[in-house]
Design a protein around this ligand. Structure first.
Ligand code: FES
Length: 105
């Protein structure tokens, strides 16, 4: 079992960047339907979305924002609704909750 973080870890900014053991970077994000995780790689230019640690979201915490060119992705699906990669999606990473802990798989 690979532990990613806890629900409490998401509270300060609504999302958390994590580097997996295989070096993939992912973002875990709080949504009304529970946590979701995506590969932290913008479909536009394959760069990480954030500049500042764990600062992924718009003010409403409804969209992940790519700081490079402003693409916006729905937190619940990773679907890009605005920007140069509109209509594409972040790659979803399977996670599950074990109590208050978020784990891979
Ligand atoms: S690299 Fe993300 S919008 Fe261009």
């Amino acid at each position: 079992m690979t532990v990613l973080c806890t629900l409490a870890d998401l509270e300060p900014t609504g999302a958390k960047g994590i580097t997996l053991a295989d070096k993939r970077e992912i973002v875990v994000v709080e949504t009304p339907a529970g946590p979701r995780a995506y590969l932290n790689s913008c479909p536009h230019n394959q760069v990480t979305l954030e500049i500042l640690p764990d600062r992924f979201l718009n003010a409403e915490r409804s969209e992940l924002v790519c700081t490079a060119h402003g693409a916006r992705f729905l937190i619940g699906t990773g679907y890009c609704v605005l920007g140069p990669c509109a209509g594409r999606s972040l790659n979803s990473i399977p996670i599950r909750l074990e109590g208050e802990t978020i784990v891979l798989g």
